[in-house]
Write a protein of this length. Structure first.
Lengths: 494, 494
């Protein structure tokens, strides 16, 4: 490539970014826009009414040749993007696990984007590594867990669980999984993972990714309250060993997605200790409740686990993405993943943690800033109070369901999730017809734009889920959901 | 759990977040802070001078019980965090692949945090899915690639590459990898992955994660310019087949981390087509150069690949994290990962894409906003101009190295990376001593606080790397690096 003369950017601008004054002007406008948006989120339909292709077709099919001001971007955000947004900020968002960020989380994300560091190595920003370690230790204290847990922030619970299961795969160095892999090895038996029939699909996906295979995820039966049966777990492990299969890990869930059930972690831990297999606890949603002192028993037995995931972006007012992975065996996690090519080698002292050694992703965003900011601005008492309030709202809603003769609650309420079903007890309606009725009710309620709920199946039957997790949700929003559900039931039955 | 009365949060506050007015005030202050920081980034030492534990020990070991104002957080950011930050925004940051965000990217990240949506399903925010599809099609056009590529934004190239290799593993449904896994299968041969000896460690890590095993990553020899040798690739595949091993995929790199070399993609594609194995192209850094029309040949042959990764957070002024994964075979990627539990099932039309079907992570942040904003505000010409300018700066620096008798350039300059080594040709110095000299020079230069460079080994010898990628880097910063290197060389030789 011949040397070409250096030349400045067009228009005689020095090469560079938007000028600081312009950035500040656009930034101030955006801050005001966001303040209004957050105050007004209730004005929008929760569930977007966009039709497929509506957003994309309203924008140019090709990128602009010349730059535009950021204000032009914001005009299109208002005109095109916002109608295509399902408003997770809406206090009537009750679907999936309802989530919301919060002011300190949003501001800290802005700061993270501005600093734009990659904390792959301690050296590439000591503050990123050390604040992450400190903040996850704060969270550990808030959750009432013992000391001795190593914490790392990942993007999602899907990744946290995958890393935990990769560590589990690495517990037996004699298997040489890391170096030799799993395929083409007549010496290796099938490797088995155990979790409940109600656990999250991310566990299955992790098992597929890691080469265990979907068939080797053993879905342990649950009791009538959707909790894993430790006796069944023990039997399945025994059976697998008898068939020459190798049990690797069990995953217990504190707060399943379907029903919010809590697996009996102490009994499962006893099985895992006896069988010498890794115990991972998926507390992505429910574990957060332990920041409320009187709910700390939801994590009973978790200190006996090998790893744990808690998602502050779910129910701790931290903007997506922020998942906290804890392990009591960081040495094993490190053995599973550490690879230090020359271009990443440093002469840093041994005592520092280089987070790149503990996972798949080399790039490591400075996510600790937002969780740290949220904990500081809410304070331990503020966080506990809001989680406690969400749980109280859920119990209130559950009481309304329980008092209504045409509705059935189908799972205990441990957290902020209520699972229920319209069931008028009409002898002319069979189960399938009742399922269809519930689906029709849900569709009608969601079309209102006032609330958004989702569904699952429990014990094989269509079940409506109302999950509370938004920092702005109040009793009136829950009451609106209940009114809309009753109205919809009356309408669809006609 | 007994029903407890609903009670408001402490201090008679309604449950909720910081009030909008307070958010706006803190936000305006932060915007001004960031505008100053970005204008002044040059005032800080590039490489943090914090000692291990300095940041953590300056902060309370336990979380606060009561909330604090965000201003208190910012005070600690200034007092504690900033001295622990290695300033990737500093125009003298030349280490690794130098990166920087940009004003539109930062502002869009703020908006992403505020909207806080999870684009796991089309329905959970149609705008997130459709803007991602559109923006990645814009980027495809900017890169000069043909149509027909499916695009998805992931967090990192590590994940993008892992997903591509998971798809490769899934190309032969008869192997039933997804359902049966890899272990305990006498029917499966070892599965092999081919990449150059100069490729990125994320490929090895992906192979470990996916259960291929590190030993089954075949590092194909390179030529004198650090490019994979297609003849060697073909021979290694033939040899593996003769030994009963099953070739799965080859990974070619456009812009290796060590030297910026470009593997001969067309010749490698020919081998892959003949052998019917997946071709993944790692263009995480170098592929970006194709936004410059006269550099578009760096992606020659890539339209014959099965998948491609380009990282806008590396060299396209988009804040970390943003990695673009492209595949021409989304059906295979989907087959590898799609799992739709009842609680995520929707009645959306078949034509919509649900991104959760195409990867490990269920949570899907609205990252398209920042890339879209960057492309719009810079414009195609603006992006090309800045990348072109970086390449010109690198050639200028390379010319200085070439003209200096005591320095040797050790790799061609295709992009914005220059690899060189101090080598005064002193007969008293052997290679190891020269290596040590270069390490000492680098340490001295980085201690200056004015620039930050990193190193690698090329052809077994310690090599200093100067990478240009910051939107604010000008010729004077590169000149400073060169002056500091020469001064350091003079000092350490004494």
């Amino acid at each position: 490539m011949p040397n070409q003369p250096l030349r400045p950017a067009p228009g005689d601008m020095a090469p560079g970014d938007i000028a600081p004054a312009e950035f500040a002007a656009a930034g101030h406008a955006l801050i005001d826009w966001i303040a209004r948006y957050l105050a007004d989120a209730e004005q929008y339909p929760v569930l977007s009414r966009a039709s497929p292709g509506q957003v994309r077709s309203a924008l140019p099919a090709a990128p602009p040749a010349l730059g535009e001001p950021f204000a032009a971007v914001m005009a299109d955000v208002e005109r095109v993007i916002l109608p295509g947004v399902t408003h997770w900020n809406h206090p009537g968002f009750f679907a999936y696990f309802a989530i919301s960020g919060s002011a300190p989380g949003i501001l800290a994300e802005l700061l993270t984007a501005a600093l734009n560091i990659n904390g792959m190595l301690w050296r590439t920003s000591p503050a990123a590594t050390e604040l992450e370690q400190l903040t996850l230790d704060w969270l550990r204290q808030l959750l009432g867990l013992q000391s001795g847990w190593f914490g790392m922030i990942t993007d999602t619970a899907s990744i946290s669980t995958l890393l935990a299961l990769a560590a589990a795969r690495e517990t037996q160095p004699a298997l040489a999984v890391r170096s030799r892999g799993l395929a083409g090895r007549p010496d290796l038996p099938p490797l088995r993972i155990y979790t409940s029939a109600e656990s999250h699909s991310s566990i299955d996906r992790a098992a597929i990714t890691l080469g265990f295979g979907h068939d080797n995820v053993v879905h342990v039966p649950v009791d009538n309250d959707f909790r894993m049966r430790p006796d069944a777990l023990a039997n399945l492990i025994t059976e697998d060993r008898a068939h020459g299969r190798l049990p690797i890990a069990a995953i217990a869930t504190v707060g399943t997605t379907g029903s919010g059930s809590i697996d009996p972690v102490p009994a499962i831990a006893t099985v895992c200790e006896r069988e010498k297999i890794w115990l991972h606890v998926d507390g992505a949603y429910g574990g957060t409740a332990a920041v409320v002192p009187e709910l700390q028993q939801v994590l009973a037995g978790v200190d006996r686990a090998d790893s744990l995931v808690i998602n502050p972006h779910k129910w701790l007012f931290t903007p997506i993405d922020c998942s906290a992975l804890y392990t009591r065996r960081p040495d094993v996690l490190r053995r599973a993943f550490s690879l230090v090519p020359e271009y990443l080698s440093t002469t840093a002292p041994d005592e520092v943690v280089n987070y790149m050694d503990y996972g798949i992703q080399l790039g490591h965003r400075f996510r600790a800033l937002k969780l740290w900011s949220v904990i500081r601005v809410f304070g331990a008492l503020g966080l506990a109070d809001r989680i406690r309030y969400h749980c109280a709202l859920a119990r209130e809603f559950a009481a309304w369901v329980d008092a209504a003769s045409a509705w059935r609650r189908v799972a205990p309420v441990h957290f902020s999730l209520v699972c229920f079903r319209y069931n008028p007890g009409d002898p002319d309606l069979n189960d399938e017809e009742t399922d269809a009725l519930n689906a029709a009710i849900l569709e009608r309620v969601n079309a209102s734009g006032e609330v958004y709920l989702s569904h699952t199946k429990l014990a094989g039957r269509y079940t409506i889920r109302l999950a509370i997790g938004n920092v702005r949700t109040e009793l009136r929003h829950v009451a609106t959901a209940w009114r809309l559900l009753q109205d919809a039931a009356a309408t669809v039955r006609r």
